[in-house]
Design a protein around this ligand. Structure first.
Ligand SMILES: *[C@@H]1O[C@H](CO)[C@@H](O)[C@H](O)[C@H]1NC(C)=O
Ligand SMILES: *[C@@H]1O[C@H](CO)[C@@H](O)[C@H](O)[C@H]1NC(C)=O
Ligand SMILES: *[C@@H]1O[C@H](CO)[C@@H](O)[C@H](O)[C@H]1NC(C)=O
Ligand SMILES: *[C@@H]1O[C@H](CO)[C@@H](O)[C@H](O)[C@H]1NC(C)=O
Ligand SMILES: *[C@@H]1O[C@H](CO)[C@@H](O)[C@H](O)[C@H]1NC(C)=O
Ligand SMILES: *[C@@H]1O[C@H](CO)[C@@H](O)[C@H](O)[C@H]1NC(C)=O
Ligand SMILES: *[C@@H]1O[C@H](CO)[C@@H](O)[C@H](O)[C@H]1NC(C)=O
Ligand SMILES: *[C@@H]1O[C@H](CO)[C@@H](O)[C@H](O)[C@H]1NC(C)=O
Ligand SMILES: *[C@@H]1O[C@H](CO)[C@@H](O)[C@H](O)[C@H]1NC(C)=O
Ligand SMILES: *[C@@H]1O[C@H](CO)[C@@H](O)[C@H](O)[C@H]1NC(C)=O
Ligand SMILES: *[C@@H]1O[C@H](CO)[C@@H](O)[C@H](O)[C@H]1NC(C)=O
Ligand SMILES: *[C@@H]1O[C@H](CO)[C@@H](O)[C@H](O)[C@H]1NC(C)=O
Length: 812
């Protein structure tokens, strides 16, 4: 209830705001998806979201970099700013990514003495003024405690910064003569060789450096080109450690091997300007390129020819509006917060992979080149499905790029960033992305015969280093049908851990290969890999019980480690859950048999073989009780790791879609909301965002299959316009009650016909149509509960497991 004071003041304030412009009234009453995006969600407590300025899938990503917790450059926890840099990744764990060649502005040097300015990061940091941050798609701004307002926006390969300086320096002995430095560094501090040059006439600073990727091997070279506008050049020069000088105009530095650990020598260049005329503003335009300094300068000159900050910002915003406008919602009373969660999730799913086409020095090709597949272990579950749904052209280019990487590197990537190979976390999960795209008509210009070859290579040929690509233990996989915990593998190297999680992922990878083989008419191969896809069962130990603190959970039958000789070992089924040694299951040599999750979780991963799994676990009723226990026992399941996503929807396979709906409507907003820490775990390049967005649209995918689980959208109506066909698909809730109850489907119609299935195919989006869900409060409604309503499973639901692949409802 509004207080009287507020009624009075709010009306007064509103009338003051609204009176001057009727345009403003219109703009406020019709909020678009763009207006609901809050890039700051997930920027604290480990979310690692990049909140800065980017285009969809853009290479340039500008933001203020803070001193730590800076995986995505910035974090919202009052850490001081060290610089502004032009490339980032978003939501990743591990080391901070990129952040190369930061620039930093100072109002002037006290007493006009060059060496009274601060050069090193530890000296020059500035706090962020509380309440000064503004973030929108394509735009980021904040005010430093030096009273400098820093705004930034981007094109595909360039950033432009507008620094607005106070009329005088904060220190009265400092007059306004801005000094802007650039540094040969990156966020994880990996720069080895580097060179920097400043042009005394124009102030242009150019440079290059050799850096290391944040979650992979090798190194990469990057180049940049910074130009200044807004004031005459007063002086230029370079700096090293905490001293600077107007000569020389170039410096080259190398990492020194001291005690075997490279010492990164702080070094850079500066351009010192006279007081800016007019608005006290200096514009800094920075182009980046992997190809060379000339291309970095060319990118900037071409993309932002006249330093037009506002025009560049408008273009960026228009690009985002176009991307987001393929979805249209009628919120129907859903709260502003729910809408903000949704649109922000959609937005974050379009930051990576990043389009580096024309920026790949590793090989010559006419194919697109995307990078920051970071990592496919995270993105195969919902990110690529959301991109496929909303921007099929970009997904097509990503698929072609994956295949071009295979063509030139010999394997599909599992994780890739900064032109380097990243670390594989489980299976060869690019297989799942490819099969998913194949089944969803992502075909234009895609060489599916090559995709088949690439997936066969994952399934058959163990690479020398399977920590980086492909799969390990393939000899055992083929002969024993599981990865033994004591595997003998003389064919390749990699961390000999995760035997359970690798087994279930390899099985599913093989299944998606069988789907592609079937679609391409390779029947024998389809049958072989369908058989191998049943291997998950080989680690199932039927009599394994699970106790928590000595009390039985009442559930028996879990995946367990298995030795070469066939006998089972033991890993507590709750191990690696938040209840027990949660952080002991990362990608380290002493990791365990399940990766970043428990056997409770991995025992449920057979997305293709759910009939067998449910039977094994005691039938649908018992299966539902197990899912309930997993979701309800405090600390047993952590939704912040991506393997948890599918468990929310597995009820559909047991004929209980209302349970899936209830679960997702509880996780959103309890785990997904609009606060700065409004996501569980790392966002992982938009994994959390895409999970929330697809869930809220009511069509969460079974990744790698042509299947969307139907749950009621969080809005009265959602429209999606398909980018390939132009068709509009409408998902409409009838009897929608906003955020209130009544979230169970009582009956459904697809294009007017009664629709009993609890899942949909992608043809709905390609062809368009209307799915109408009539909602009610009855959780025991019979909709979607019959055997013929269930999503596809191997062998069908009636146990005729000898049915050949061709008959299965898995076909393209
Ligand atoms: C102001 O600048 C002078 C001259 O460099 C310096 O000695 C003094 O510490 C500065 N004061 C503040 C508050 O920064
Ligand atoms: C600005 O912030 C930095 C970093 O927190 C701090 O060291 C410095 O003293 C602050 N300067 C002023 C003028 O408050
Ligand atoms: C800014 O706000 C945070 C709390 O959000 C507080 O800890 C900090 O001291 C504030 N800083 C200033 C300069 O007021
Ligand atoms: C930026 O890149 C995208 C593809 O990633 C492309 O569609 C768009 O046209 C580019 N923008 C400009 C202005 O070149
Ligand atoms: C600067 O000088 C003005 C006027 O002398 C004074 O009011 C103000 O406090 C001074 N500011 C600083 C940061 O010393
Ligand atoms: C650095 O430069 C030196 C000399 O040119 C070269 O030998 C070395 O390989 C370079 N290091 C890297 C990591 O590129
Ligand atoms: C970096 O720039 C310097 C100076 O122009 C040049 O000698 C060097 O070859 C460049 N390094 C790379 C990796 O491009
Ligand atoms: C969805 O599309 C239909 C038909 O094109 C239109 O009538 C309806 O208003 C749209 N709904 C929304 C939420 O945009
Ligand atoms: C197990 O018991 C200990 C001691 O009572 C308690 O601290 C811990 O939280 C319990 N763990 C679980 C998972 O219940
Ligand atoms: C199988 O191998 C494991 C590990 O070496 C060993 O502990 C176990 O006793 C063996 N089982 C049999 C039946 O030989
Ligand atoms: C579980 O974690 C504790 C520390 O929290 C560690 O001492 C113990 O070795 C871990 N156990 C295993 C099996 O990794
Ligand atoms: C598949 O995609 C192509 C090319 O984008 C399009 O022409 C065709 O209509 C699509 N097929 C279906 C079934 O929608």
């Amino acid at each position: 209830m509004l207080s009287l004071t507020c009624v009075f003041w709010c009306q007064l304030t509103l009338s003051i705001i609204l009176q001057p412009s009727t345009e403003l009234v219109a703009a406020q009453s019709v909020k678009s998806g763009f207006d609901y995006v809050n890039p700051l969600i997930g920027t604290t407590e480990g979310g690692h979201v990049f909140p800065g300025a980017s285009l969809p899938f853009g290479m340039a990503k500008a933001v203020a970099d803070v001193s730590s917790e800076n995986q995505g450059g910035f974090s919202s926890d009052n850490r001081p700013v060290m610089g502004f840099s032009h490339m980032h990744d978003s939501g990743t764990g591990g080391a901070p990514s990129l952040g190369n060649f930061p620039i930093f502005p100072q109002v002037g040097c006290p007493n006009d003495q060059l060496n009274n300015c601060n050069f090193m990061q530890k000296d020059r940091t500035a706090s962020v003024v509380n309440g000064s941050i503004e973030a929108h798609p394509g735009y980021f701004a904040l005010t430093l405690n030096s009273s400098i307002r820093a705004e930034m926006t981007v094109t595909n390969h360039s950033a432009i910064y507008r620094f607005t300086f106070p009329a005088t320096g904060s220190n009265n002995s400092t007059s306004l003569r801005p000094l802007i430095l650039a540094e040969l560094s990156d966020l994880p501090n990996t720069r080895s060789n580097g060179s920097i040059t400043v042009d005394p006439d124009t102030g242009r600073i150019t440079g290059n450096g050799t850096f290391e990727p944040s979650f992979g091997i090798g190194n990469y070279d990057l180049h940049f080109c910074a130009d200044f506008k807004g004031a005459r050049i007063r002086e230029t020069g370079t700096w090293r450690n905490n001293r600077a000088g107007s000569e020389p105009k170039s410096q080259s530095v190398q990492a020194d091997g001291v005690n075997n650990s490279p010492q990164i020598l702080p070094a850079g260049a500066y351009t010192w300007l006279e007081a800016p005329d007019g608005h006290n503003q200096i514009f800094v335009r920075v182009g980046v390129s992997f190809m060379g300094v000339n291309q970095a300068c060319g990118n900037a000159e071409h993309e932002i020819p006249d330093f037009d900050f506002d025009g560049t910002r408008e273009d960026a915003e228009a690009t985002w509006r176009t991307k987001l406008d393929v979805i249209s919602i009628d919120a129907g009373g859903a709260s502003e917060e729910i809408q903000e969660v949704f649109w922000s999730g959609v937005y974050r799913s379009m930051l990576s992979p990043q389009d580096y086409t024309g920026e790949n020095p590793l090989w010559d090709s006419d194919e697109p080149y995307y990078d920051s597949y970071y990592c496919i272990w995270d993105s195969f579950r919902s990110i690529h499905q959301l991109i496929t749904l909303l921007d099929p052209l970009s997904q097509t280019l990503m698929v072609r790029s994956l295949l071009d990487i295979y063509r030139h590197e010999g394997k599909l990537p599992d994780c890739r960033m900064s032109l380097c190979k990243g670390f594989t976390q489980g299976g060869s999960n690019a297989d799942i992305v490819l099969a998913d795209s194949y089944l969803k008509n992502i075909t234009e210009g895609v060489d599916w015969a090559l995709a088949y070859e690439a997936m066969l290579s994952d399934a058959e040929d163990e690479p020398a280093n399977w920590a980086l690509e492909g799969r390990g233990g393939l000899a055992s996989w083929k002969s024993l049908g599981y990865i033994p915990t004591d595997d003998y593998d003389p064919y390749g190297v990699g961390p000999f851990s995760r035997s359970i999680s690798r087994t279930v992922e390899y099985a599913y990878n093989d299944f998606t290969l069988s789907l592609l083989a079937s679609g391409l008419g390779h029947a024998a191969s389809a049958s072989l890999y369908a058989t191998r896809s049943k291997n998950w069962i080989n680690m199932y130990k039927a009599d394994q019980s699970s106790t928590i603190n000595g009390t039985s959970t009442g559930f028996t039958g879990f995946l367990q480690p298995r030795y070469l000789n066939g006998s089972f070992g033991f890993q507590d089924p709750i191990f690696c859950s938040p209840l027990l040694n949660f952080t002991s299951c990362y990608l380290n040599p002493d990791g365990h048999e399940t990766y970043e999750g428990s056997s409770w979780l991995y025992t449920l991963f057979a997305p293709h073989d759910m009939a067998a799994l449910i039977t094994l676990l005691g039938g649908p009723a018992h299966f539902i009780r197990r899912l309930d226990f997993l979701h309800e026992y405090p600390g047993l399941l952590y939704l912040g790791d991506e393997q948890a996503f599918l468990t929310v929807y597995l009820y559909h396979f047991a004929g209980a879609p209302a349970k899936s709906a209830a679960r997702i409507h509880s996780y959103i907003p309890s785990q997904f909301n609009t606060s700065l820490n409004g996501i569980p775990g790392n966002d992982d390049s938009g994994a959390m965002g895409s999970f929330a967005a697809l869930s809220m649209m009511g069509v969460f995918p079974n990744p790698g299959q042509d299947v969307y689980f139907i749950t009621p959208p969080f809005f009265r109506e959602v429209n999606v316009t398909n980018g390939q066909t132009g068709a509009v698909a409408t998902i409409r809730n009838v009897g929608f009650e906003g955020d209130g109850a009544g979230l169970y489907v009582q009956s459904a119609r697809l294009n007017g016909e009664v629709y009993g299935k609890n899942w949909l195919k992608h043809s709905f989006f390609l062809e368009g149509g209307v799915l109408e869900l009539t909602l009610g409060r009855d959780a025991n409604s019979s909709w979607g509960t019959r055997v013929e309503d269930l999503p596809p499973t191997m062998g069908g639901w009636n146990g005729s497991s000898s049915r050949p692949m061709e008959e299965m409802d898995f076909r393209f």
